[in-house]
Design a protein around this ligand. Structure first.
Ligand code: 5AD
Ligand code: SF4
Length: 570
């Protein structure tokens, strides 16, 4: 199967970015090559997101464009991976026969086989091509979906979890100086979700919560650290509910299998299942910290506000390489709405958690403030003006460093979609969304301003967005090529983009001859700084360096290399 060229585009969350990286690694090992240009590809893959309708619309429009292309290139193989594949199922192929492969997020280990079959099937469709049934209009129909009825409901011993092999297959090669942006990596610890928030598709698309064996996670972190990775972000939909019970583990073909999550019943201040044979989330963090010292920054997302134990906070406080950053979505500030959302906590409990987390971890006096970010949904069914005002109050009280704010998007298959009319008018959703954003921007600006004058350690990720755009313009002028469209740069293949999105209004005027780099603090604040000479950039990217913060906007901080460090880097 070697020799085929793949283009992969990723939509949605960090879990999808990691899935794309793992799938790309498998395909590379099988001899596929990759391109960042979709027109050069023999295989086009979209790793999709279904959390909001908008994300799906982007994929539908990409597929519409491919229809025309397939008439010119009928051997082209098109695959839809991820949540949209799982949610829409074979209806997606009926609506868009340009799609040859459908692979849900729980079946990605099967992708190489599906692609292989799709290539062969396309060849035979081409052999049968006729004006009545053009091959370009026929799908190779290779499908691997978990199906919502087959959530992993059996006993632990029920099945070997072959998806674990995908994580175990991660190809880790030493990072050379050209690839310093790859010194940060995601590591999955938990898949799926058991929470069934009434608005959310994830429990249906990603299936039941499954925890990976701790030794697999630690070994993966070690391999990444040996290759040069210095920052690891642990991923899970409700990452703090990680727990692995060793006594109940099952080994199939020499591989310890991941475990179904047991439900928490609420109200715990310690992991209720802590004990000799259990690795709790707190234990896992402490073990990674101790056993993989090469990881200089350890983060985790996304935390669930319920049952976030003091044991985890203690481990975070006592282990200096664990970042002082929490992403804890609140979704609403109205207890009534939280109940209908099935979130399982009240605003009082949520705020109690933030206060508790800050009492353990907010230490600006030693340069380690705790930064918190959150998510909100504006215009959930039945949300009244009073409910919304409560959300505004919660957002103001929580003092997030940033918040992700979304207009409610009804998702077929969810409980809210079936039972609750989408009754908040679009313009009300938009205005509530705008008010939350404005309030958050003011808070973010305030938190940013408080950092001015401090020297913060920054993990330097790469060129700033402004710098990348400037370079693209210069290249385009030199070659006569059109400039790339402005806006987001999506992950395409193995690893992350080198930059961070920053609003143009926030960028400072550029001085000639300098190069602007960007990075993140321990608390996940974005920092931009200039170096006087472009050829110095390679010495900085992929390192943690002290940066003196000189000014601040709402979305990012601006700084300069702290004097002592600037001297030593020269
Ligand atoms: N509509 C709007 N936002 C949603 N989210 C999840 N489902 C929906 C939906 N149906 C948001 C939540 C979640 C984030 C990942 O996406 O805020 O935390
Ligand atoms: Fe969706 Fe709720 Fe699970 Fe988060 S916790 S993935 S919002 S169901």
């Amino acid at each position: 199967m070697s020799g085929r060229t793949v283009y992969i585009e990723t939509f949605g969350c960090q879990m999808n970015e990691l899935d794309s990286e793992l799938v790309s690694g498998q395909l590379l090992a099988l001899g596929y090559t990759f391109t960042t240009s979709p027109v050069k590809a023999d295989v086009v893959l979209y790793n999709t997101c279904s959390v909001r309708e908008h994300a799906e619309q982007k994929v539908w429009s990409r597929l519409g464009e491919l229809r025309l292309r397939k008439q010119l290139q009928p051997a082209l193989v098109v695959g839809v991976l991820g949540c949209m594949a799982e949610r829409d199922g074979v209806d997606l192929i009926r609506r868009m026969p340009v799609v040859d492969v459908l692979c849900g997020p729980g079946e990605l280990d099967k992708l190489p086989g599906l692609l292989d079959n799709a290539v062969r099937t396309r060849e035979s469709l081409l052999a049968e091509d006729s004006p009545f049934e053009p091959a370009s209009e026929r799908s190779a129909s290779q499908v691997a979906l978990q199906g919502s009825t087959s959530r992993r409901s059996g006993t632990l011993a029920a099945a070997a979890d072959s998806l674990e092999l995908l994580d175990l297959s991660r190809s880790v090669s030493p990072i050379d100086s050209d690839e310093r942006g790859r010194r940060s990596a995601y590591v999955r610890i938990t898949r799926g979700c058991n929470k069934f928030c009434t608005y959310c598709v994830v429990p249906f698309t990603r299936g039941a919560e499954v925890h990976r064996p701790p030794q697999h996670i630690i070994d993966e972190c070690k391999r990444l650290a040996d290759a040069g990775v210095i920052e690891v972000t642990l991923l899970g939909q409700t990452v703090n509910h990680y727990r692995f019970e060793h006594g109940a583990s099952v080994v199939v073909d020499g591989i310890t299998q991941p475990q179904k999550g047991r439900s928490y019943t609420g109200g715990h201040r310690r992991d209720p299942f802590a004990g000799e044979t259990t690795t709790t989330f707190a234990d896992l963090l402490a073990r990674i910290h101790e056993e993989v010292p090469g990881i200089q920054r350890l983060r985790f997302v996304t935390s669930y506000p319920r049952d976030f134990g003091d044991d985890v906070l203690e481990v975070m406080r006592d282990h200096p390489r664990i970042c002082r950053y929490l992403h804890v979505p609140a979704q609403s500030g109205s207890d009534r709405i939280l109940k209908v959302m099935n979130r399982g906590y009240t605003t009082g409990e949520y705020l109690e958690f933030l206060d508790r987390a800050r009492s353990y971890l907010h230490q600006p006096e030693i340069g380690r403030p705790l930064m918190i970010s959150g998510d909100f949904i504006a215009g959930f069914p039945g949300e009244t003006d009073e409910d919304f005002e409560l959300t505004m109050r919660l957002l103001e009280r929580a003092r997030y460093k940033n918040a992700f704010i979304f207009k409610y998007s009804p998702r077929p298959g969810t409980i809210a979609f079936d039972k609750l009319p989408d009754d908040v008018p679009e313009e009300v959703k938009r205005s509530r969304n705008g008010r939350l954003l404005d309030a958050q921007n003011a808070i973010s600006a305030n938190i940013s301003a408080a950092q001015v004058g401090l020297t913060l350690n920054v993990f330097v990720e790469g060129l700033s967005v402004r710098e990348r755009k400037k370079r693209a313009r210069e290249r385009a002028c030199g070659t006569g090529l059109p400039t790339p469209a402005s806006g987001g740069v999506s992950l395409t293949l193995r690893g992350k983009s080198l930059g961070v999105e920053v609003e143009p209004a926030e960028t400072q005027p550029e001085s000639p001859g300098t190069i602007q780099l960007c990075g993140r603090t321990d608390g996940d604040l974005i920092v931009l700084f200039d170096l006087p000479e472009a050829d110095q950039a390679a010495d900085w990217v992929g390192r943690i360096a002290p940066i003196l913060i000189t000014s601040a906007g709402a979305l990012s901080l601006f700084g300069e290399p702290a004097p002592a460090h600037a001297a030593s880097a020269r």
